[in-house]
Design a protein around this ligand. Structure first.
Ligand SMILES: [Zn+2]
Length: 253
């Protein structure tokens, strides 16, 4: 097959564009299928048209490619193809960025829902605390007629624990201790221990009267259990022991 027998490049383009009459197209194809040069040229032209079409669709842009020239450099096709790949990558990156943004949005929405639930739970907890405090305050305003009192007898000393029975729901109790006769101290200090653990202490306990010391305890501070109340008096030489009184609080069923 000689070069002179090759069809004009215009014709190959026209064939690729589907612009030829049926008879001429058939005649051209009959040559091309037997000619490697023309087959390659038709491939190149077809590839270029595909790439141009893709670019036009994706970017609304027309790539300036050599038209109707005899030899379409393969390097131009490679370049155009790489541009297309880049646009394709850009498109995929854009899709990925979109998907990432969607996911981030969904995550932040989930976070917001979680934060809202946590806030609601906190408000609910605060409401409960407030309701509890209000009920306690109402309770405090009521006069006490049923306050259990344990008169700790100093003369019985540490020999045996004296017991106070608390009715169900009892939230306060009173310990009273008789003073020296005549009183030896004007100021006392006291503490309650359960074994080695200090449950409560005060550095200043003023006498309730000439005869006694008395302290009211919430059971929240001193719950049912076995204790020892230690009392010291402030003398001129410092703190002096007054009494160590074991006692037992029992919760009645
Ligand atoms: Zn040919």
């Amino acid at each position: 097959m000689t070069t002179a027998a090759h069809p004009e490049t215009d014709l190959v383009h026209a064939l690729a564009d589907g612009e030829l009459e049926q008879a001429e197209a058939d005649r051209l194809r009959a040559h091309i299928v037997t000619c490697d040069v023309c087959t390659r040229e038709l491939d190149d032209v077809t590839q270029l048209k595909l790439i141009e079409g893709s670019l036009r669709r994706s970017q609304g842009q027309v790539l300036q490619l050599p038209k109707r020239s005899r030899a379409i450099p393969r390097v131009a096709i490679a370049w155009a193809a790489s541009v297309l790949v880049l646009f394709g990558l850009g498109f995929m990156r854009a899709r990925k960025a979109e998907a990432d943004a969607d996911r981030a949005l969904a995550e932040s929405r989930a976070e917001a829902v979680k934060a809202q639930a946590a806030l609601a739970a906190q408000l609910d907890a605060e409401r409960k605390v407030r309701a509890g405090l209000e009920s306690e305050l109402t309770d405090l305003k009521k006069p006490r007629t049923d306050m259990p009192v344990l008169a700790l007898n100093r003369t019985r000393g540490a020999a045996q624990a004296q017991t106070l029975r608390l009715a169900h729901g009892q939230r306060w109790f009173v310990l009273t201790i008789d003073r020296e006769d005549p009183p030896a101290f004007e100021v006392y200090r006291a503490r309650i221990t359960a074994g080695a653990t200090q449950v409560w202490a005060t550095e200043r306990l003023d006498p309730s009267s000439r005869d006694s010391l008395s302290i009211a305890f919430p059971t929240a501070t001193v719950p049912p259990g076995e204790y020892e109340l230690s009392i010291e008096g402030q003398g001129r030489a410092g703190w002096a022991p007054v009494a160590r009184l074991p006692f037992k609080l029992v919760q009645e069923k």
